[in-house]
Design a binder for this molecule. Structure first.
Ligand SMILES: C[S+](C)CC[C@H](N)C(=O)O
Ligand SMILES: N[C@@H](CCS)C(=O)O
Ligand SMILES: [Zn+2]
Length: 336
């Protein structure tokens, strides 16, 4: 166990980090969908977590691509990595736990490689003197119970009455403990679809004495509520009340809904707000395909960042179907 951070120290952890980044931080982009762009077949109940044993070199490569694109925070390949999911594939409990740790090890390794390269190739980077000293955090991704169901349920948030608060806490408990002690800088609870799961995470962080900070990031498909229909204000208030939570926001949501959601979150918290939307396409959980929508391409998405910043967000990145190109665009926009 580390030394542990108290509530006030956790808050200064993120404000110190944002200060070092120049006030605004860049989060990476879509991870699983980027593995797919590199040819991985993720039509599997483990989705991107499959790559932890089938192609760890590609996991490292995608992390490096996002670092090269300007990311200050990289998220591990653990979104759909659950002990229950690995066991269903025939791994032992010990092997499953080792794979969770491995997701953090690969991201830390990519950060080391990136830093070494920056210092060795410093001549190439002279134009941008900040690059070698750019702060980089590794965030351990935790996807929802709906992600584990592997049918796109994180976009409905409806788990049925049998999946109670206690069931959710027990489902996530061991994974959260392992990731908290894996060397990650923070835990990213991502694509949270409903209020009960946010409550489960908040209680787990306290009950288990988790001593690294966390962020809570919700998903919406209407710009008003989270996908289950629960109010975004109520969900963000749960995050606001938990002193282990250092930032609150929205991910894997179409770009056009982000501005209104930032304004709603701002009403209930003064914690930093993070946004990392998807490309605006729609996921079919049965075929695991993305369907085109009217939303524009990367360029349009990046042009929204200024408005999101004016509305009060301070961490920006991309989720499914965004690419290193999106992240390059965001980095550039934030520097101007
Ligand atoms: C955020 S969704 C695109 C993740 C994948 C989903 N849990 C599935 O396995 O189909
Ligand atoms: N960090 C995950 C989130 C999926 S919604 C990914 O980018 O694959
Ligand atoms: Zn996503």
């Amino acid at each position: 166990m580390g030394l542990g951070l108290g509530g006030a120290e956790k808050m200064s952890f993120l404000s110190d980090f944002l200060g070092k980044c120049g006030g605004y931080a860049v989060i990476d982009g879509g991870f699983a969908t980027e593995l797919e762009r590199h040819g991985q077949d993720l039509n599997d109940p483990l989705w991107s977590a499959k790559s932890l044993f089938s192609s760890p070199h590609l996991v490292r490569r995608v992390h490096l691509d996002y670092l090269d694109a300007g990311a200050n925070i990289i998220l591990t390949a653990s979104y759909q990595a659950t002990i229950q999911g690995f066991e269903a594939k025939g791994f032992s409990t010990e092997e499953a736990e080792a794979l969770l740790r491995k997701s953090v090890e690969i991201a830390c390794e990519a950060r080391e490689i990136y830093r070494d390269r920056c210092s060795k190739d410093s001549w190439d980077y002279m134009e941008n003197e900040n690059i070698a000293s750019r702060p980089v955090l590794v965030a351990a991704s935790v996807g929802s119970y709906g992600a584990y169901l592997a049918d796109g349920s994180e976009y409905s948030g409806r788990y049925g009455d049998s999946v109670s608060l206690e069931v959710l806490k027990d489902f996530h408990r061991r994974r959260v403990q392992i990731l908290a002690e894996s060397g990650a800088d923070l835990i990213a609870f991502e694509t949270i679809p409903n209020k009960v799961e946010a409550q489960a995470y908040a209680e787990l962080l306290d009950e288990e004495g988790i001593d690294i900070p966390a962020w809570f990031s919700f998903t919406s498909k209407d710009g008003v509520n989270v996908v289950s229909g629960d109010s975004i204000e109520e969900c963000a208030s749960i995050a606001d009340s938990c002193d282990k939570v250092v930032a609150v926001g929205i991910n894997c949501t179409p770009p056009r809904f982000i501005l209104g959601l930032i304004q709603s979150i701002r009403k209930v918290t003064s914690k930093p707000i993070l946004v990392y939307p998807n490309s605006g396409e729609t996921y079919d959980g049965q075929t695991k395909q993305w369907l085109k929508s009217e939303e524009g391409a990367d360029e349009d998405f990046v042009s929204y960042v200024d408005k999101w910043r004016d509305a009060g967000a301070s961490l920006f990145g991309g989720c499914c179907r965004t690419t290193p190109n999106t992240i390059k665009g965001i980095s550039k926009t934030l520097k101007t």
